[in-house]
Design a protein around this ligand. Structure first.
Ligand SMILES: Nc1nc2c(ncn2[C@@H]2O[C@H](COP(=O)(O)OP(=O)(O)OP(=O)(O)O)[C@@H](O)[C@H]2O)c(=O)[nH]1
Ligand SMILES: [Mg+2]
Length: 350
């Protein structure tokens, strides 16, 4: 999963990047520097399985984080501004919003940044419609016409100031749009970056902004980036104790990961063998055969069946023999829809 961090200058993007990715980049220097990190998705289930299986290694799912400037946050005034090209390739955006400084205007900032994404899409769609119309005049290509109509529908929508993700396009309509890497088509995790002394009100602040959430399109998290960034250099135990003292139930790293997973409709299935205990990321609703392809295309191609045990059954019963004796290992075919936490052994033949 690739997540891009966006937001107004000095909103705490790099601070959140450090907190969520256990990184140590300089903050507050107005540098607008670009940072990248690969973070491991925390998953206690893997450690529990490893206790039972004693694998050579544990492999966590990974998330790519990109902290890159590019948005001035001035909305439509910022017409000349281009967004970092790499950000366009991300699957979702984490929008960091300043809610910590004395003159913070989180509501206005959220609207500004969304406006700006929509506006940049408008410019892109407009110029592509023109380009394509010129081309069809020359070639008379009917196929192009289809795409032009789709782009016109998008244009009408963004002209009304609405993010494209709200247009509810079908898979078939989304496919030809992929190449444009439209910004307002990406799911958005809004991170309200609050001050240290606001921590006791974190829950009520979250409640106040809850209306922004749209299932599968927009998520919300309230985080104090500054404190969490300072805690990433501590050991897990010490950190846990500090977080409890501060009344933080879930650390920023986990919040960002969990909310991004739910935003993108992602789940994990697990494999537990002696060489490796591992988490694999798939979209919710993916069937067993397709999921096998995430491990290797040969396993998808030669798929015979999946031997599936729910994670809870696995850790309760502990051994393959006990699992089988209790009738908790299911044999599933190609069309079985994988559930989060399924521990799977794929049988295949190529
Ligand atoms: N009090 C407080 N200050 C914060 C918090 N988060 C960030 N800051 C401060 O805000 C300033 C900007 O933080 P950065 O993380 O560098 O912001 P940025 O968005 O990456 O800035 P640019 O990359 O320059 O646009 C720094 O001085 C931070 O210490 C917070 O949660 N609380
Ligand atoms: Mg920065």
């Amino acid at each position: 999963m690739k997540l891009g961090i966006i937001g107004k200058p000095q909103s705490g993007k790099t601070t959140i990047f450090n907190a969520a990715g256990a990184q140590h980049q300089a903050v507050g220097d107005f540098s607008q520097a670009v940072h990248r990190a690969i973070i491991k998705v925390p998953d206690a289930r893997l450690e529990a399985l490893a206790e039972l299986v004693h694998p050579k290694k544990i492999t966590y799912a990974e998330i790519e984080l990109l902290d890159a400037p590019g948005l001035s946050g001035k909305g439509k005034e910022a017409a000349g501004l281009e967004i970092n090209q790499e950000l366009r390739q991300m699957e979702a955006f984490i929008m960091v919003v300043d809610a910590f400084s004395p003159d913070a205007k989180p509501d206005a900032d959220i609207h500004n940044v969304i406006d700006e994404l929509v506006f940049l899409d408008q410019v892109l769609v407009e110029s592509n419609i023109e380009k394509r119309e010129r081309k069809t005049k020359l070639t008379g290509d009917k196929h192009e016409q289809h795409e032009i109509e789709l782009l016109r529908r998008c244009l009408k929508f963004v002209e009304e100031g609405k993010p494209l993700i709200e247009l509810n396009l079908t898979e078939d309509e989304l496919r030809p749009l992929k190449g444009y890497m439209l910004l307002s088509l990406k799911p958005l995790l809004i991170v309200l970056n609050i001050a240290e002394d606001q921590l006791p009100e974190a829950a009520s602040i979250e409640q106040k902004y809850r209306h922004l959430v749209q299932a599968g399109r927009r998520e919300l998290a309230v985080v104090c980036g500054k404190i969490e960034m300072e805690l990433v250099s501590l050991g897990a135990d010490e950190r846990g104790a500090f977080l409890t003292d501060l009344g933080i139930a879930t650390p920023a790293m986990d919040v960002v990961v969990q909310r991004s997973y739910s935003l993108l409709g992602l789940i994990s299935f697990l494999t537990a063998g002696e060489p490796e205990v591992r988490a694999w990321t798939i979209r919710k609703g993916t069937n067993a055969q397709k999921s096998a392809g995430v491990i290797h295309s040969d396993i998808e191609r030669g798929f015979i069946r999946a031997e599936v045990t729910a994670y809870n059954d696995y850790v309760t019963l502990k051994t393959p023999a006990a699992i089988k004796a209790a009738g908790k290992q299911r044999l599933e075919g190609k069309e079985y829809v994988i559930e989060d936490g399924d521990v799977i052994l794929f049988r295949f033949n190529v």
